[in-house]
Design a protein around this ligand. Structure first.
Ligand SMILES: Cc1cc2nc3c(=O)[nH]c(=O)nc-3n(C[C@H](O)[C@H](O)[C@H](O)COP(=O)(O)O)c2cc1C
Length: 367
């Protein structure tokens, strides 16, 4: 459990980077422009534009702090699906690219998540096995599933995740059998999927993933496992309501870090409508462009339980393996706690909606 009354300034080791932008710059300087484009997309590509829009959207939300609140017991500790974590940040799935960027790949990420007390999601295309990763962390480890065209294969992956120590299935639904940027990502990848070990993986990944998946398919998946199911890649409030009705335990409001649909909205812009459509029926997470502690506080004020990060973890891996990922998480934690102290939010599970408003001068006197 996290110590009560955490102090932003005293937290953690001496960080190499004080801000995410410094870690990012260090990471980007460590590889060639070509390698960088293979992982994150070319600088003028749709996916980079989508992700820039997601990053910028957080800046369009203001925080309106409360003062004279007793902050002596303030903490970033919370829970996700009932499991305690020390930070409302979940390390998102990013395929086998983690090992391509650092030989320790997911093991480094899991060790950093353990140190900081964060949950982690292991990708369908993870390069280390469930058992190897699970050994590195006692915090929640969830399995991100692409629904396979071969249902027997899908059921087997779910079984492996259960036996391997994962405590939830995160079903990614936003690429629908068409993983964009796959060709480029392949150039950066190392073809080391450990999750499929011993299974026939001769089919190309775009054909592996079932484009026929619908709400009936979800029902079938729910019947295969007793683990809670989170749906990753929800954007429309209607789908969010359907997910709640279909028995999902959580949803991730996400556009796959910009990798999916060109011209999609910044996920945080969709969050309020999604929250309104689902009420308290399931836990809602959001990702896309989360780079600062204040972004996390804004997400929670808007109704999210936690945020996911993709790129910040990859920058950490590139800049320094486990220590780099730990640095990324510590930057977010330190900044979140600082924001809490400055906003009068002692308990991160109770962030009032009134803490945020849309940026801009409001001459009518209404916030
Ligand atoms: C290189 C890369 C690979 C990714 N691979 C996956 C994946 O295999 N499955 C998945 O559900 N999401 C994948 N994502 C999306 C992330 O899980 C996450 O939704 C996104 O990166 C969050 O946005 P951010 O990078 O701005 O933090 C990937 C993202 C990146 C950058």
């Amino acid at each position: 459990m996290a110590a009560a009354g955490e102090r932003a300034i005293e937290f953690g080791m001496e960080a190499a980077d004080q801000r995410m932008s410094e870690l990012r710059a260090r990471a980007e300087a460590s590889v060639s422009a070509e390698a960088l484009a293979n992982v994150f997309g070319k600088s003028d590509s749709d996916l980079v534009m989508n992700n820039r829009r997601a990053e910028a959207a957080w800046g369009g939300i203001d925080l309106v702090p409360r003062v004279l609140v007793d902050m002596s017991q303030s903490t970033t500790a919370t829970s996700v699906l009932g499991q305690p974590v020390r930070l409302p940040v979940i390390v998102g799935p990013t395929g086998e690219i983690q090992r391509a960027l650092h030989p320790d790949g997911e093991l480094a990420v899991a060790r950093a998540a353990e140190t900081v007390g964060a949950a982690m999601i292991l990708s369908t295309f993870a390069s280390y096995s469930f058992a190897d990763v699970a050994r590195c962390t006692s915090h929640p480890l969830w399995f991100q599933l692409y629904f396979m065209t071969d249902r027997g294969l899908t059921a087997e992956l779910v079984r492996r995740a259960e036996v391997g120590g994962c405590s939830a299935i995160v079903l990614t639904v936003d690429v629908n059998g068409a993983i964009p940027n796959w060709g480029r990502l392949q150039q950066a990848s190392i073809n080391a999927s450990a999750v499929f070990e011993g299974l026939d993986l001769s089919t190309a990944p775009n054909e592996l993933v079932d484009p026929r998946l619908d709400w009936d398919g979800l029902e079938w998946l729910c019947a295969q496992t007793s683990l809670p199911i989170i749906i990753k890649g929800i954007q429309s409030p209607q789908d969010a309501a359907l997910a709640a009705g279909a028995g999902a335990s959580g949803i991730v409001v996400s556009n796959h870090g910009g990798f999916a649909l060109e011209g999609s909205a910044a996920p945080v812009e969709l969050l309020p409508a999604v929250v309104q459509a689902t009420g308290d029926e399931l836990e809602i997470y959001v990702d896309g462009g989360v780079r600062r502690g204040t972004d996390i506080l804004k997400a929670l004020a808007l109704g999210a339980r936690a945020v996911l990060i993709g790129r910040p973890m990859l920058w950490g891996l590139m800049a320094g393996g486990e220590a780099g990922v730990q640095s990324a998480l510590e930057i977010l934690r330190r900044e979140l706690l600082t924001a809490q102290l400055l906003c009068g939010v002692s308990d991160i599970t109770q962030v009032p909606a009134e803490l945020t408003r849309v940026s801009g001068f409001q001459p009518q006197g209404e916030l």
